[in-house]
Design a protein around this ligand. Structure first.
Ligand SMILES: NC(=O)c1ccc[n+]([C@@H]2O[C@H](COP(=O)([O-])OP(=O)(O)OC[C@H]3O[C@@H](n4cnc5c(N)ncnc54)[C@H](O)[C@@H]3O)[C@@H](O)[C@H]2O)c1
Length: 453
């Protein structure tokens, strides 16, 4: 079967390092034949790496989509605010679409895009990559097999990590809600998507709390200048001191987030970027408006509840999950891929006479010592087929490759006139995005918000 051909709009971090990189590793599956990118340096690096001829090179998405259809599929990896134009035009042009999250930055745009796409009949996949990870697929299978009985509560956490939060939500592109999207949508629409997928029911209401508590002027160390590079007296004690992060601790790290600071990752270029650009600013003297910690509670039919906690104040940069069921519990951590399952009964076949002597303290601390308990390793690279290729990447814990494998396969089906379906299509994105918009209304109003669709 010939490779699926792709046109890419936005050859930035996601476009080049995830989708572009996938095509370089799996050329027999997908190939980029056209690209739109206004940044000349990014454009040159991308067209060189993918050997795209001049007739496949465009400055903007408008220029690319003014042409007759150039490929099977269009990948939209533009900034959050630049979604509706390429998505709706691409759908009308007859491309199969893979759209970065967030699918739409506002609810009005979501409504308009949804209507236009439905009219066009286009095949649209949304990049909710976590559903394609071995970790969350295993969790979903455990729920669907009834391993812990009836699901009662899911508690998901997203530990953004102090350095990542400072990079993206204090100094960087997502620091202002009025210029981009709420942090909940930008960072955690994946988590909202996971929760609705795992529970598999439409949510009925949502409430949320959270605010910007720390990254404000009033918490600036005495005498801290506007830029870290201007002789900050708190350099030694501040975890967010930019030269330590980008010049020292990330010294041997020439990819994101350093490439967001400067495309030239030499020490001299990094220092210059910190002296002149946004990433050298003191985190207490920025124009950021995103909350730095937030909790969301989502109610589902039958009393099932999901809670999500996100925030800046963690060392780790990962997700954890705990599922409480009527007959057991599951807990897991995405970065290690470790999942522990515990059922509220001894393993079948173990008789009363086999029970270990119960130590009173142990019972008090960790419950019945003979509950059936086991662990599963479900990190990236645990799929023997993929591991055998030696080409897989662990981007988003294997979710980036998982999404692309499935998208490419479905585009082949679609080209052949057979029904194509992805686990994360428009209707799925609508569900998670509507919860995010409602949660933000709740956070500002202090009221629980009902969900009708
Ligand atoms: N799925 C995920 O897990 C995930 C992870 C990170 C980011 N994202 C999303 O991916 C999107 C891209 O993020 P990024 O980090 O790659 O940002 P980025 O800024 O690195 O890349 C965006 C690119 O779009 C280009 N662009 C701007 N205007 C354009 C136009 N008119 N036509 C064509 N290209 C244009 C920019 O020059 C830039 O190179 C964002 O919406 C972001 O929220 C998704």
């Amino acid at each position: 079967m010939s490779a699926v051909t792709l046109s890419l709009v936005g050859a930035g971090h996601r476009g080049a390092e995830s989708y572009g990189d996938y095509c370089l590793r799996f050329p027999e599956r997908a190939r980029v034949v056209a690209v739109a990118e206004p940044d000349p340096v990014r454009m040159q690096q991308f067209v060189d790496a993918h050997r795209i001829p001049p007739e496949g090179q465009f400055r903007t998405w408008e220029d690319l989509l003014a042409q007759p259809r150039l490929s099977d599929a269009l990948v939209v990896a533009t900034p959050d605010q630049l979604r509706d134009g390429p998505v709706v035009t691409g759908a009308r042009k007859g491309y199969a679409l893979l759209v970065e999250k967030p699918f739409a930055p506002t609810e009005d745009q979501l409504d308009a895009m949804s209507a236009a796409i439905t009219d066009s009949g286009a095949f649209v996949g949304v990049a909710h990559v976590l559903r394609y990870t071995p970790f969350y697929r295993t969790v979903k299978d455990l729920i669907d097999q009834g391993t812990v009985g009836r699901l009662i509560h899911i508690d998901q956490t997203e530990d953004i990590g102090y350095w990542h939060f400072a990079h993206s939500y204090v100094r960087g592109n997502w620091r202002r809600q009025d210029e981009t999207t709420p942090m909940l949508l930008a960072k955690s629409c994946h988590d909202l998507d996971l929760l609705t997928w795992l529970i598999d029911e439409p949510a009925t209401s949502v409430s949320s709390a959270g605010s910007l508590t720390h990254f404000t002027r009033q918490h600036a160390p005495a005498g801290a200048p506007a830029r870290c590079t201007d002789g900050c007296p708190a350099a030694e004690s501040c975890p967010f001191f930019a030269p330590r992060l980008y010049l020292d601790r990330m010294k041997n790290h020439p990819i994101w987030p350093v490439t967001a600071v400067t495309r030239d990752t030499s020490p001299e270029a990094r220092l210059r970027a910190l002296q002149e650009g946004p990433y050298g600013r003191c985190v207490y003297h920025c124009d950021n408006t995103q909350p730095d910690h937030q909790v969301v509670t989502i109610n589902f039919p039958g009393g099932v509840i999901a809670t999500l906690r996100i925030g800046a104040f963690t060392g780790s940069n990962t997700r954890t999950i705990r599922l409480l069921g009527s007959h057991g519990e599951i807990s897991g951590r995405l970065d290690t891929g470790e999942i522990e399952v515990r059922r509220f009964l001894p393993a079948a076949g173990s008789g009363v006479q086999d029970w270990p002597r119960w130590d009173r303290d142990a019972l008090g601390r960790s419950g019945m010592p003979d509950d059936e308990t086991w662990t599963i390793s479900a990190g990236p690279g645990t799929d023997p087929d993929e591991a055998a290729t030696g080409r897989e990447s662990d981007g988003h814990a294997g979710g980036d490759d998982g999404l692309m494998h499935e998208f490419v396969e479905q585009v082949q089906q679609w080209k052949a006139g057979r029904g194509a379906a992805l686990p994360t299509e428009l209707r799925d994105a609508e569900r998670s995005h509507r919860i995010a918009f409602a949660a933000e209304r709740s956070r500002h109003s202090g009221q629980t918000v009902g969900l009708t669709r």
